[in-house]
Design a protein around this ligand. Structure first.
Ligand SMILES: [Zn+2]
Length: 147
């Protein structure tokens, strides 16, 4: 499957992301979550359930995890530079995640973000949606790993 590889990360470089998308970037519309936390970060999320995501943590001490709302998912941010990198949800040994498209480097050509309101969903609906639209092939690795 042809992959479109993108890279990004937080501002200081402690947390890096590598994405493989199955379609051209122009085919993805980042989702601007309207919850109070995401609005404060200006986050707009991008994911591909058939793609792949690697989160490389170069400085383990800098990886911050924050739960809010109904606390099912973890927001991943850099404690050093303050950038919100993405959101992850773990269940049954599987890790699902979505990336804040604002941390992707270069100009991949994403369309403008569209507003979404997952806070209106119940907990079960949220989890079902994450499993349907987030990356399902996710690795999160610490110091010394490739990438
Ligand atoms: Zn940083």
């Amino acid at each position: 499957m042809p992959a479109h590889s993108l890279r990004g990360g937080c501002h200081c470089g402690a947390i890096r992301v590598e994405l493989e998308l199955t379609r051209a970037p122009a085919d993805y519309t980042p989702r601007a979550c309207d919850c109070s936390f995401c609005r404060k970060h200006g986050a707009a999320y991008l994911s591909d359930p058939a793609g792949r995501l690697h989160i490389a943590v170069r400085d383990q001490a800098a990886l911050g995890r924050y739960r809010q709302g109904n606390a099912l998912a973890e927001f991943l941010f850099c404690k050093t530079c303050g950038v919100l990198v993405g959101v992850a949800y773990a269940e049954g040994g599987c890790l699902y995640a979505t990336v804040n498209s604002r941390v992707i480097e270069g100009d991949p050509g994403f369309p403008n973000a569209t507003a979404v309101s997952p806070q209106t969903l119940g907990a079960d609906e949220k989890v079902a949606r994450w499993k349907a639209v987030w990356f399902a092939d996710v690795t999160l690795a610490g110091n010394g790993s490739p990438g």
